[in-house]
Design a protein around this ligand. Structure first.
Ligand code: ATP
Ligand code: MG
Length: 180
């Protein structure tokens, strides 16, 4: 399983539709201050279900929508999609290629899409459980996170190991069973 591409439209500084394609090896994103490097990481976290505007360095969710510049009008919605190669079926779904997407309008109306079909946030989260991907997964290491892991509470560290060990889904199912 690997990230093949990211498509962004109307998300933060990306007013034009942009497709980032990834190939074998390591990809670095470089550019001057304020050019949108961190916005790429924000886009990935957002499509994976980030609900906190603050985590996305905004005040409210609407702040992820391109707000315009001197020469360009604001846009009405933000859209991000990730296309993942799933030939090894690490994602528990029959497709060899999986595209997950999220769209949000200024009205607050929003939707998640899985291979073009509307789905719930919960479906999205369950798809990525135990893969290390996901807004809490260790596939995205934010600034200050290493520090948190090293100096954090054992319970917090435990969550990371549970995810790596692939037992989060069992814990969630057990918790859900206790609620019923
Ligand atoms: P640095 O090297 O300083 O970390 P960076 O390349 O990571 O910079 P980002 O933080 O990704 O830069 O991008 C910040 C830019 O994104 C700012 O210029 C900001 O105005 C722009 N931006 C953020 N949200 C929006 C929005 N909703 N609409 C338009 N532009 C936005
Ligand atoms: Mg940055």
């Amino acid at each position: 399983m690997y990230l093949k591409s990211i498509e962004v439209y109307g998300f933060k500084s990306f007013a034009n539709k942009i497709i980032f394609e990834f190939h074998d090896g390591i990809t670095g994103i470089v550019g001057p201050n304020g050019s949108g490097k961190s916005n790429v990481a924000d886009a990935v976290r957002w499509v994976l279900g980030e609900q906190s505007a603050k985590q996305l360095r905004g005040a409210k969710m609407e702040d992820v929508i391109f707000s315009g510049t001197e020469t360009r009008k604001p846009l009405g919605y933000a859209y991000v999609s990730l296309t993942i190669n799933n030939e090894d079926h690490k994602l528990p779904i029959e497709y060899d290629e999986v595209t997950v997407a999220r769209r949000v309008y200024r009205s607050g109306e929003s939707e998640y899409l899985l291979n073009g079909n509307s789905c719930r946030l919960k479906d999205m989260q369950e798809l990525f459980l135990d893969t290390g991907i996901g807004k809490e997964g260790y596939s995205i290491i934010g600034q200050g996170q290493i520090e948190k892991i090293l100096s954090g509470k054992p319970e917090d560290r435990r969550e990371l190991f549970d995810e790596a060990a692939g037992i989060v889904k069992f814990k969630k199912r057990r918790a859900a069973a206790h609620h019923n």
